[in-house]
Design a protein around this ligand. Structure first.
Ligand code: MN
Length: 262
């Protein structure tokens, strides 16, 4: 790559010809976290306490202590998050090579279907239908499932019913198609997990987690603003915190989108 590629990139960002889309929700205590059946351990919400605020505790400075789960808010799932990825090399957030965090992104728009069906499934047929319009998903792509679920808040976001949460996600065949046939980098959603709300009922349970992490792929969830991305052509940057042996982390997910797509 010539030096001018990076110089051109910087000037196009400065000129607004390439713009940066923030795919991240604001971390605040009200943002929902996943709720597992009561016999399991639970994920903590975000909490923030003031250390000082230009006062007797620190006259010239303001700062906070924060507490949260690795899997709170917009966050990254590493292979070590799932039992299938337990023995994958470099499977924790601190071990993943930084090159893996940046790549092309394909956005599969399922928002119309998800508006009609809370349990809408991403199947190989849905993916291949998208490919007839937008081209084959390139090897090493981030693939995001757009559902506009990020526009929901409060109870509607988890959408809990008596039989558990209801939200869209991939079928076992759908996620395996992306991994085995398209060799994706990772898979992201606007919902609380990479799996459907009813994902525990598939074989295997939670197939996105099971197959992605078993294959050394990454997950992103609680994404926002996917409606601001083109179907193809953007670059995604998703670098988790470097937590030793971390299974995931909240992060700022950014996409670079060129002017003709903006
Ligand atoms: Mn997670």
């Amino acid at each position: 790559m010539s030096q001018s590629t990076l110089t051109d990139l910087a000037s196009q960002i400065a000129a607004g010809d390439i713009h940066i889309v923030d795919l991240t929700h604001t971390l605040d205590p009200d943002f929902p976290v996943i709720i597992l059946p009561p016999e399991f351990g639970q994920c903590a919400r975000f909490r923030m306490e003031e250390i000082s605020a230009y006062d007797h505790r620190g006259p010239a400075w303001k700062w906070h202590n924060i507490t949260l789960s690795e899997h709170t808010g917009t966050h990254f799932d590493a292979p070590s998050h799932w039992i299938s990825g337990r023995d994958v090399p470099n499977n924790s957030v601190d071990e993943i090579a930084p090159e893996m965090f940046v790549g092309p992104v394909c956005v599969i728009d399922c928002s119309v279907d998800a508006a009609k069906d809370d349990d809408f499934e991403l199947t190989p047929e849905v993916i291949q239908d998208w490919e007839t319009k937008h081209g084959k998903i390139p090897k090493g792509a981030w693939v995001l499932m757009r559902t506009d679920w990020s526009k929901k808040s409060g109870a509607a976001y988890l959408n809990m019913r008596e039989d558990g949460p209801h939200s869209p996600g991939p079928t076992p065949d759908g996620i395996r198609f992306l991994i085995d046939k398209r060799e994706i980098r990772g898979f992201g959603t606007e919902t609380i997990g990479t799996d459907a709300g009813q994902g525990s009922h598939y074989t295997p349970p939670y197939p996105a987690h099971y197959f992605l992490h078993g294959a050394g792929k990454y997950g992103l969830q609680c994404l926002a603003n996917l409606d601001q991305l083109p179907p193809t052509g953007a670059i995604l940057m998703a670098a988790p915190l470097k937590i030793r042996n971390g299974t995931g982390s909240p992060l700022r997910v950014l996409a670079m989108v060129s002017g003709e797509n903006a």
